[in-house]
Design a binder for this molecule. Structure first.
Ligand SMILES: Cc1ncc(COP(=O)(O)O)c(C=O)c1O
Length: 387
């Protein structure tokens, strides 16, 4: 029977990398072994002390409903992180815990922006943004960026695109899919624009602990997240806890209250035993995160070394996150055709850049958070196919 969907349902597109993963797994069921560079997840295990804390809490019966805004203990630990790492002390009412940073993107955009209004963002950008704009009938106003400009949008390009319908600017630093890291100077200039025009800034900082050159600067420090900046963060990338589905937002109290109501409506709460363990992750974050950062930096350099052997691949060494966004146009193919050829001829799965925006068409993205042997084999195969 043909389903009669709502117009909202017809606008749901999902995330391209999960579709690529499903297609790759289908091929694997036929017996073919593939090297997976497509999904933004890591080969590394999460910290044992965090696992143990979750088990302890689970056994202690922390398995019931909890507050939708998040456990007081975890929100207090987040206040402490912001105080120590960002240099300002938010009120606890400025913190909400959610089931990952991904739902927070949906929650925040739906709370702040009406259908027909506009949000300025880079092209390429993390896939959830475009998917959410689509669902909510919001117009994404894109600033195309490439590897020659370090994949960063300039304040001048943003300024050109601001009009009466603009509600928000999204900064994602370090960025997925490109690894770009914004300078303090640029973030201050973007913040000044937002203030001048009365806009919000969503600052997606999920990769902030994975910076290999330079330092992280958050727009949140400029208004203490009290007026227009909402930081989204999570445990997935800093602590290799992608399957846990825990994230958080720091923002103006009124926005946080709405996030909590939306969370209440959709997921009720984040499991309390997971939040108990997240407190431990945050309390030990400096030591834990350093180990991951050192490992990813080494893998980044290994991947760049292998891929640089191909004259037909162009890329810049990314300063953060764990992705390489590679321009394949010199092969005479676009990213989709190159990705298809890679699966067929080299058994390597990558994400075509087109999934991240129109400007990504001639690129492919690889996630280099992989075991080193596999990374070398996969990158060598990519270089061989590219020529
Ligand atoms: C830029 C960016 N923001 C948010 C997320 C979502 O993270 P989470 O696992 O916390 O939902 C991702 C995940 O890949 C990401 O790359």
């Amino acid at each position: 029977m043909k389903m009669n969907f709502s117009s909202f349902a017809n606008r749901i597109v999902g995330q391209s990398m999960f579709k690529i993963l499903a297609a790759a797994q289908e091929i694997e069921r036929t017996g073919k072994k593939l090297i997976h560079f497509e999904i933004g997840d890591t080969h590394l295990e999460m910290p044992d002390i965090v696992k143990d804390a979750a088990i302890k809490s689970l056994k202690a019966g922390r398995t019931h409903y909890g507050p939708s805004i998040g456990e007081f203990s975890l929100r207090s630990a987040i206040v402490n992180v912001i105080k120590e790492d960002y240099g300002f002390t938010p009120d606890i009412s400025q913190i909400a815990v959610a089931s990952g940073a991904n739902p927070l993107i949906y929650y925040i955009i739906s709370i702040l922006v009406n259908p027909g209004e506009e949000i300025i963002i880079t092209d390429p950008a993390f896939v959830t943004y475009n998917a959410v704009f689509n669902m909510l009938r919001i117009k994404g106003v894109y600033v195309p960026v490439g590897y020659h400009d370090g994949f960063r949008f300039s304040p001048a390009e943003i300024a050109k695109r601001i009009n009466k319908k603009t509600r928000c600017i999204i900064i994602n630093s370090p960025q997925n899919p490109t690894g770009a890291v914004y300078s303090e100077r640029d973030i201050r200039a973007i913040y000044a624009l937002a203030k001048k025009h009365g806009l919000y800034i969503i600052s997606d900082e999920i990769y902030s602990s994975l910076i290999y050159e330079g330092t992280h600067f958050s727009a949140g420090t400029l208004d203490k997240c009290r007026e227009r900046v909402i930081i989204t963060q999570g445990f997935s990338k800093p602590f290799a806890m992608t399957g846990w589905r825990v994230g958080y937002a720091v923002g103006p109290q009124a926005i946080i209250e709405k996030i909590s109501l939306l969370s209440q409506t959709i997921v009720s709460c984040v499991p309390p035993f997971l939040q108990d363990a997240c407190v431990l992750a945050l309390d030990n974050r400096k030591k834990l995160v350093k180990g991951y950062r050192i490992e990813y930096k080494k893998l980044r350099d290994v991947a760049c070394h292998e891929l640089a052997k191909a004259k037909n691949l162009s890329f810049s060494k990314p300063a953060g996150a764990f992705y390489l966004f590679i321009d394949v146009s010199k092969t005479g193919m676009d990213g989709d055709a190159f990705a298809k050829l890679l699966i067929e001829k080299a058994s390597v799965v990558v994400c075509p850049g087109s999934g991240f925006g129109v400007a990504g068409k001639s690129y492919v993205r690889i996630c280099y958070a992989r075991n080193q042997d596999e990374l070398v084999r996969g990158c060598a195969a990519i270089a061989r196919i590219a020529g």
